[in-house]
Design a protein around this ligand. Structure first.
Ligand code: SF4
Ligand code: FES
Length: 250
């Protein structure tokens, strides 16, 4: 496949940035999208030009680093895959492909296609944890009976990889799907009950502090989420939040 790439290039946070044109040739349809970018970067290095900066780590859909907006869609045209799992067979010979970073003021561009997602880390630090008994008499987690339905729902929520596609896709730059997944993951499990109220209050407070927008139930986040996290979790988080607001002692 021969392709024209229009890639966002931005030197640093302050630079205005612009789309630049590149051509890549002889790309196999079995190549992953990131491998195609590797080919582009080798070409640029050979030409003595600066390679395109983009995020990646695991390259197997686990770490959530590979955040690219491809032809106007978070993680590109395929469904329930991350950019690293996207293959070039989803494109046609001769295509022009637009490649941009996530766009959200709470996730500013650091360089080229790399954004700063530390806002997600701060939300997680505000409440995305459980108290653990480290006395030496710790109860075996498997000894705690958990209804199958709750275990399944907690597991589904826990598949969120914190990629930020939900924010990038949302017209309000809302992080509700991400935060709802993290809050719900613990709320379904006995281990998550100790901090249940503070967790949802603190995580939502931090989400608002970071400047993310609100949810207006459009549902675009659910469609573009590579892990298929359902917006039902947002409803659950709202319920958790209301309940904690009315019953919290603070
Ligand atoms: S909810 Fe989905 S889109 Fe949002 S951060 Fe988690 S995995 Fe990514
Ligand atoms: S590089 Fe880890 S999810 Fe894509």
């Amino acid at each position: 496949m021969n392709l024209t790439l229009k890639v966002w290039r931005q030197k640093n946070r302050e630079d205005k940035g612009r789309l630049e044109n590149y051509n890549v040739t002889g790309i196999s349809e079995h190549t992953s999208f990131l491998e195609m970018l590797d080919v582009l970067n080798e070409q640029l290095i050979t030409e003595g030009k600066e390679p395109v900066a983009f995020d990646h780590d695991c390259r197997e859909g686990i770490c959530g680093m590979c955040s690219l907006y491809i032809n106007g869609e978070a993680h590109g045209p395929d469904r329930k895959v991350t950019t690293c799992q996207l293959h070039m067979r989803m494109f046609n010979d001769g295509d022009t492909i637009y490649i941009e970073p996530w766009r959200s003021s709470a996730m500013p561009v650091i360089k080229d296609l790399i954004v700063d997602r530390s806002s997600f880390d701060r939300i997680q630090q505000a409440g995305g944890f459980v108290s653990v008994n480290t006395s030496g008499n710790t109860q075996d987690a498997n000894a705690l009976p958990i209804p199958k339905i709750n275990a399944d729902k907690a597991f589904d929520a826990a598949t969120c990889i914190g990629c930020g596609a939900c924010v990038a896709t949302c017209k309000n730059s809302s992080a509700m799907l991400f935060v709802a997944a993290k809050v719900s993951q613990y709320s379904y499990l006995p281990q998550g009950q100790v901090e249940r109220k503070e967790r949802v209050l603190n995580m939502v407070e931090q989400m608002d502090k970071e400047g993310f927008g609100n949810c207006t139930n459009t549902g675009a986040c659910e469609i573009e989420c590579p892990k298929g996290i359902s917006i039902e979790y947002i409803a659950r988080m709202n319920k958790e939040y209301l309940s904690a607001s009315y019953t919290s002692e603070e």
